[in-house]
Design a binder for this molecule. Structure first.
Ligand SMILES: O=P(O)(O)OC[C@H]1O[C@](O)(COP(=O)(O)O)[C@@H](O)[C@@H]1O
Ligand SMILES: [Mn+2]
Length: 656
């Protein structure tokens, strides 16, 4: 969040005073800045977009980023009302979303005079659309959204009216020159990106970028690119924690994420993208494990079919790493009684011949067991070769440069929760008991609940990340707790029944038991209590959650519109449950709207057939009057600056 908020709270008012007085030293300079800031305060509030649970679905995510969650098309509609046929509009919209791909197609389709005419029409349209999108912003902000190499030209085109007779020749000369000097395509691409950028000013990613889907790394890369002037923030999801934990040297996080990567046929992300060496693991897997239906990778991914030999190898790796995970859990649970996770000690409940398991007074048969490396007398002990495998994985994870670059970004822009423009953003839940009392963790005699629980977990996460060589300290163990602990705000369930779902048929053992938060959050009074706990105004604030896919027929908007769940199923495996392709929540000067996206097919199909994700909008809340920058967090910070500048102006006038 903007550092300026600190000023708004008043704690750093002296820093602000020294900063501003150094920067603006004369009366005219101060007066100009006051005028500038007060003008900004009166502009309409910029658009914020909230998305969550992207789960590596880069293409769908990228499409939504490019089409501004459906906003680019609505802007084109408003700007060119009645001037374009549906086909022209769709073609133009796709040029804005995918400029380089569409330009390549145009060069195939058109030549000579037709191409010239296309350029002239397109330039004019893009300038009009840019002007329409830019009305909400200051010139300076628009400039910063432009490609630096084209700022001069674009500003000339943007701020000189082509309809004024004496400017007309000048205007068209610039355009002709761009074409003659072969800069036309570059300018079009840059301007389309500027329009995309200005359509949505700020993106909030409410957790779970990683796991299940094929390209989380590319999601992070695109966020890094998009994050000019801190226009992206992330609230960590439980899956993101596994990857942060991996970079921080947590063997448990690594075992879990490698297991999930095998389960979803994504091991290539580890090997090819992050350079994690899986050779030792593959060798161990081949030695101890056979084919096993419970560990066959989830397929359904037509873009990367695998051979039978690959399928078998992944199945073996999946078992090998799952068993390492279960073995690592035992000592962690035992060394951390404060986690209260004894009920997750499972390997020691297996019969010596591994045919059954004793759980909660029941004996269940084991199916698809694969316990060749387990010693019934000491079930959590890793074989020396298993120890070697996990040590080498930890080594690879803590030394992967690319992983660190991505995780640094998640650490930099990320947090356990965020208070932003009167709303509370968090991935999972605020753990509570059935009566709605905050519950949490007791560590070294101190009990942490509610907001304090989040703060304590975040402080430890940052500590663990800064000390990758510490591997079994409390901070590192807390990373694993965040993934799976019964009172983890990011997990929000009592048990993660991974073991049971692999080995026990009875579905009763698969239940994970959601925290009471998930039924209480339908109650507006409960949401108000949460907002108060996080020092937000309960009357105007909202809580925004990801994490739990909104099932077909279930309402994502609850508690008199105060609670909004935005996990709509970007993740393909979950689209059967949600029936849609994802949600974006938009918060602009007119209010809040929930945009529903239909499932995305493929990028190639979208571009070839101009098939946009059809997005429908539902109004969550309408503002009685248009909200301005003054009513935002940044506005509060700017007002503080205005006050300081006015004080300085008075001092100068008094001769101080
Ligand atoms: O869908 P899978 O691969 O079986 O994973 C299920 C596991 O994922 C979880 O749902 C956590 O992941 P989410 O944060 O995506 O919900 C666990 O509760 C559950 O045990
Ligand atoms: Mn989640």
């Amino acid at each position: 969040m903007s550092q300026k908020l600190v000023y708004a709270k008043g704690s750093c008012i002296m820093d602000l005073y020294s900063e501003l007085t150094a920067k603006y030293q004369t009366v005219p300079a101060i007066a100009t800045e006051i005028i500038n800031l007060e003008a900004i305060l009166n502009l309409p509030k910029p658009t914020e977009a909230f998305m969550s649970d992207i789960h590596g679905e880069y293409n769908a995510f990228q499409h939504v980023l490019r089409n501004g969650s459906g906003n680019v098309e609505s802007k084109i509609r408003s700007c060119f009302r009645d001037e374009m046929t549906e086909t022209t509009l769709q073609r133009f919209a796709f040029l804005v979303y995918y400029p380089s791909e569409r330009l390549a197609a145009i060069h195939q389709e058109l030549q000579g005079d037709d191409l010239q005419q296309w350029y002239l029409t397109t330039f004019r349209r893009l300038i009009r659309l840019l002007a329409f999108t830019a009305t909400k912003y200051t010139r300076s902000k628009v400039r910063k959204a432009m490609a630096p190499e084209f700022v001069y030209i674009t500003e000339e085109l943007l701020y000189n009216d082509a309809d004024t007779p004496d400017k007309l020749a000048y205007y068209w000369q610039i355009i002709r020159n761009l074409i003659v000097l072969e800069q036309a395509d570059e300018w079009i691409e840059a301007t389309c990106r500027t329009i995309q950028r200005l359509t949505v000013d700020h993106f909030h990613i409410v957790g779970d970028i990683f796991d299940r889907g094929p390209a989380p790394d590319q999601v992070v890369e695109s966020l890094i690119k998009r994050d000019q002037r801190h226009s992206v923030d992330i609230q960590w999801g439980n899956h993101d924690i596994l990857w942060i934990g991996g970079a921080a040297g947590s063997a448990l996080c690594i075992a879990n994420l490698v297991r999930i990567s095998a389960r979803y046929n994504n091991l290539s992300i580890l090997e090819d993208v992050y350079g994690i060496n899986l050779r030792h693991l593959a060798r161990l897997a081949e030695q101890y494990y056979q084919d096993n239906p419970a560990f066959s990778p989830k397929m359904g991914r037509s873009d990367r079919p695998i051979t039978e030999a690959e399928r078998l190898q992944i199945t073996q790796i999946h078992q090998a790493i799952a068993m390492i995970q279960f073995k690592l859990e035992g000592p962690a649970i035992k060394r951390r009684p404060e986690f209260e996770m004894d009920h997750r000690l499972l390997l020691d409940k297996l019969a010596p011949d591994f045919s059954t398991i004793q759980l909660n007074g029941h004996t269940y048969p084991i199916t698809n067991g694969c316990f060749a490396t387990v010693d019934p007398a000491d079930p959590y002990r890793l074989l020396p070769e298993e120890q070697e495998v996990i040590d080498s994985l930890v080594e690879s994870f803590t030394h992967s440069e690319k992983l660190h670059r991505h995780m640094d970004f998640l650490m930099d822009r990320g947090s356990m929760y965020l208070r932003y423009n009167r709303n509370l953003l968090l991935h999972g839940c605020v753990p509570v008991d059935e009566d709605g009392n905050f519950i949490g963790l007791t560590i070294e005699g101190t009990t942490y609940t509610g907001r304090q629980l989040f703060d304590m977990l975040e402080a430890n996460l940052r500590l663990a990340y800064s000390q990758p060589t510490e591997k079994a300290d409390l901070a590192t163990d807390l990373l694993w707790y965040l993934w799976t602990g019964p009172n983890s705000p990011l997990f929000g369930k009592h048990d993660m029944t991974t073991f049971e779902r692999y080995f026990i048929k009875d579905p009763a053992t698969h239940a994970e038991g959601r925290n009471a938060y998930y039924h209480l959050r339908k109650d507006p009074d409960f949401i108000k209590k949460i907002l108060r706990e996080f020092v937000l105004d309960p009357e105007v604030g909202h809580v925004i959650n990801g994490h739990t896919p909104v099932k077909k027929g279930t309402d994502p908007i609850m508690a008199n519109n105060k609670m909004i769940v935005i996990d709509g199923g970007f993740s393909k495996p979950y689209q059967k449950t949600t029936g849609i392709g994802g949600y974006t929540l938009l918060d602009n000067s007119y209010g809040m709207q929930l945009v529903t996206h239909q499932p995305f097919t493929t990028k190639a199909d979208a571009i070839a057939n101009l098939t946009d994700i059809i997005s429908t909008r539902r109004v969550v809340e309408t503002e009685a009057r248009r909200r301005t920058v003054a009513e935002t967090d940044i506005g509060t910070a700017l007002q503080a600056e205005v006050e300081v500048l006015k004080r300085r102006l008075a001092e100068l006038r008094n001769g101080d």
